[in-house]
Design a protein. Structure first.
Length: 349
């Protein structure tokens, strides 16, 4: 695959004052200095919204998307990712989408994984023209190798937004340690530091969050690596439920494609509170939105390690600097929920 030096400017892609599709040397330098963003997700409703938000991060360029077969079925999740990006104006050579080859240690329940099919069938992204364009964005190569190839050739460090398991990052750290310095940081949705986890299965003590539970060894490997981590655990994301009231607010700006898409996808989740007794949360959207406006977030530097023992697999364990397995992590501990909701509505308007 090939990443062109051209960048298309549309009303959906960023908020740039000039078209960088130019041979002017100063524009090329500006392009090269833009922050490079990669999204590594696992195909849930909120993962797709995180990807959308990643296209709107100021002074940045989304260069790639990898998809893990975790909270989704990977084929429709790859297709949906590409269809959304094609609708947003991305062309071949500007971004690549690829599915990863990892399998679960602890699979998500199959009943949870179907939203990728729903999102992939939304009428706002399924015109024949858009589907054909989207196919050009998809690589048949393994996603983890696509990311490695990009890191190897990129002159700039890459910020990776990880809203699924940490398998892809562990693969890079374990197989291509020379590429780790190319990762500026990973912004991760995962873990439960000072709150209860959301894993409720036989044999587990409930202390872990699902993304890290899916592949606890990879999570532990990443937390032992040199990759800088900014963590959005349940401690923060529990503050941003997807409520009926929030979703209805997109109706006031439904003439925008992004509002149509956000409202339609998140509307798929609002019944959860009535069926399972728990809200669906903006876990991943909040994680990506941090890169748009960090002022809504409160952070603490914490020493964290990952428990891989059977009863606590995937648990993010607070520890101390004296612990040989400890990693200093920037942890989001609180968020201004209304500021987040307002930001998303503004981005989608």
């Amino acid at each position: 695959f090939f990443f062109s030096s051209r960048r298309r400017h549309t009303r959906y892609i960023g908020d740039w004052s000039s078209d960088v599709c130019s041979s002017d040397p100063t524009v090329s330098v500006l392009y090269c200095r833009m922050k490079k963003i990669w999204v590594d997700h696992d195909g849930g409703v909120d993962d797709f919204m995180a990807m959308v938000i990643a296209t709107l991060i100021p002074d940045s360029q989304l260069v790639g998307v990898t998809v893990i077969d975790a909270d989704c079925f990977v084929e429709p999740a790859v297709q949906c990712s590409a269809r959304v990006l094609a609708k947003l104006g991305y062309k071949e050579g500007e971004v690549v989408v690829a599915g990863c080859s990892f399998t679960a240690t602890n699979p998500f329940p199959k009943a949870w994984r179907g939203h990728a099919y729903n999102c992939n069938d939304l009428p706002c992204i399924t015109s024949s023209k858009n589907i054909e364009q989207s196919k050009k964005l998809i690589s048949a190569e393994k996603g983890e190798e696509v990311l490695a190839a990009y890191l190897r050739t990129s002159p700039d460090p890459v910020t990776i937004v990880v809203t699924g398991p940490l398998s892809t990052i562990a693969y890079i750290a374990n197989n291509y340690p020379d590429l780790v310095p190319k990762i500026e940081s990973i912004v991760v949705m995962g873990g439960a530091v000072d709150v209860k986890g959301n894993v409720a299965v036989d044999g587990h003590d409930g202390s872990a969050e699902w993304n890290l539970y899916w592949d606890p060894k990879s999570a532990a490997d990443v937390f032992k690596s040199a990759v800088p981590i900014i963590l959005f655990p349940l401690d923060a994301t529990n503050s941003v439920p997807i409520t009926h009231e929030f979703v209805k607010r997109f109706g006031e700006q439904h003439d925008s494609f992004l509002s149509q898409y956000a409202g339609s996808t998140w509307a798929l989740t609002t019944a959860q509170i009535h069926i399972r007794g728990t809200y669906y949360y903006a876990w991943d959207a909040l994680t990506a939105a941090y890169l748009v406006d960090a002022s809504m977030c409160t952070f603490e530097d914490r020493y964290i390690k990952i428990d891989t023992s059977a009863a606590s697999q995937g648990r993010t364990v607070p520890t101390t600097v004296d612990d040989p397995d400890a990693k200093l992590v920037k942890v989001c501990t609180a968020v201004d929920a209304e500021q987040f909701y307002q930001l998303v509505l503004k981005l989608c308007k």
